[in-house]
Ligand binder design. Structure first.
Ligand code: URA
Length: 217
């Protein structure tokens, strides 16, 4: 069966590559739309591509990406099992923070990616990514049933090694939050209408077991 979600994400990536809605589109080498499993439960969201990502056209391929891989491995996950993308798809020159106008110009792509992916958990990496979901003074905006689980940006732990144990602990907490987030996701999306509460609880228990199994690997 063709994977419609994968096809829609690939079509969106073509649009992103052609986008010139802000000046970054003409300054970067290539866009970085994001990648991973189209059916991932966990979506990790960075801020914007850096030099390595700009050259590769892929998110988190530099030092921060290597740490991200290690953190995922801690909870039994590999990169192809999750989805990774950035709020802004083109590299800001000199790795400066993206301007609000650039974030706004890219926000339609982020919204469409979220609508296609429908993740169980969104983990914004760092405060800039978090702001895309929890703008100051506004209520959080995530897809229906999705749990927001903010994490430090891995680059922060590279600059300040003291943050690494915190990031590792937070990753473990994210893993433990997954079964309840899955249940909330199913209920919010109408799963409760089809399955009885005991069925949902049994599914959550099975998920918990699966999680322990993957943690034990
Ligand atoms: N930092 C980010 O926020 N995103 C990347 O893709 C790489 C580094």
């Amino acid at each position: 069966m063709p994977d419609e979600r994968a096809a829609a994400l690939a079509a969106l990536a073509v649009e992103i590559e052609a986008c010139r809605a802000c000046p970054l589109g003409s300054q970067r080498t290539q866009s970085v739309p994001g990648e991973g499993s189209p059916h991932a439960e966990l979506l990790l969201v960075g801020e914007a591509p850096g030099a390595h990502e700009d050259a590769a056209g892929r998110p988190f391929v530099g030092a921060a990406g290597k740490l991200l891989d290690l953190l995922l491995n801690l909870i039994g996950l590999q990169r192809p099992q999750v989805y990774v993308l950035n709020v802004v798809k083109c590299r800001p020159p000199e790795n400066r923070d993206p301007e609000p106008t650039e974030i706004a110009a890219c926000s339609g792509f982020l919204e469409r990616q979220l609508a296609l992916l429908q993740p169980v958990i969104i983990a914004p990496l760092g405060r800039h990514a978090l702001r895309a979901f929890a703008p100051e003074g506004e209520t959080r905006q995530t897809p229906v049933g999705t749990t927001l689980f903010p994490l430090y940006h891995p680059a922060a732990a590279l600059h300040n090694g003291a943050l690494r144990p915190t990031l590792e602990r937070d990753m473990g907490a994210l893993s433990r939050a997954l079964p309840a987030a899955r249940s909330a996701w199913r209920v919010a999306r109408g799963g409760a209408g089809e399955a009885s509460l005991s069925e949902i609880e049994a599914a959550a228990e099975r998920d918990q077991l699966r999680l322990f199994e993957s943690e034990a690997q």
